[in-house]
Design a binder for this molecule. Sequence first.
Ligand code: CA
Length: 338
Amino acid sequence: MTEFHPYQTLVDQGVITQNVMRYHDKGIVRASEIVKPLASQAQHHVEYLLLGLPLSKSSISHSGASFTPDTIRHMLSSYTTYSVHTDVDLSSIRLFDAGNVGMHVTDIEESQRRIRKAASAVLGSYEPNCTFFLGGDHSVTCPLVQGIYDSFLLKRDKDRRIGIIQFDAHHDLRFRDQGGPSNGTPFRGLLESESIQGNELIQLGIRDFSNGKTYTEYAHQQNISLYTMQDIEQNGIIHCLSNALQHLKNQGIDWIYVSLDMDVMDQAFAPGCPAIGPGGMDTRELLHAIRYLAKQNEVKALDIVEIDPTLDVRDMTSRLAAQVLLHFLASRIQHHSA
Ligand code: CA
């Protein structure tokens, strides 16, 4: 006769659960359950990868973006794995979590070097279909892209070029000698270090009264492709993206990095960004754009930056970030199975 075990009985009945979900819903998988720790050397085939960059000391304005990677992971528990639109269920996919990069307490440039090393290490060790980088403020994008280039060298793939599609209200082309490598300088940093050339960078969603003229002029001088919010309003986000992708493909680029600064969103949809403002994108426009990009096999990496969970309202902005991941995954899987 087995011994009566009151605790185990309640666990078996689902009355006590160790899942993070708030309500037990039999047979329904929460999206947080698809995230599995990346055990070193145990996984040879890693389709989708996640890496957290909890750095916000490099932000020009006050930012708690260091809390964001863990907040987005947690927000996945708010959603199921089933996409009604595509009839794709993500419950069987594995999104491997490589963890967070440990940041130096005071030395920002050391933290950025660690980010570069981490990006190089994960992409030097694995060949994911897509890697998701969770910032952090926008300064993380510069060492991430440099780290990806380092991983190409590790793989003796030195001629490969990266095209960048940046969603942002701002150019992020500030002078680096006015405060070091901050969240105002990531693309200046990539250009001045000759990691990328201007014609390999697309900026989408640039907004009025949020940038200095000198930076727009610099963007034109560098042959950066600019799509302002007005361009998106007049022509539609998909038309802009289609042109941007063609521009990169015409240069033979087959490795695209998408950088999603959440402040590209209107403040009504992303109240948790340090730099909020009106006149930005709405959530349906963004999710449509993400689904479209997920159908492009060249898109190999996506970062999500500039969310401060300490300023957010009911985690609205981190919830949107979690949905960006889910919409991307469902759309890509539908695309691959079509
Ligand atoms: Ca930015």
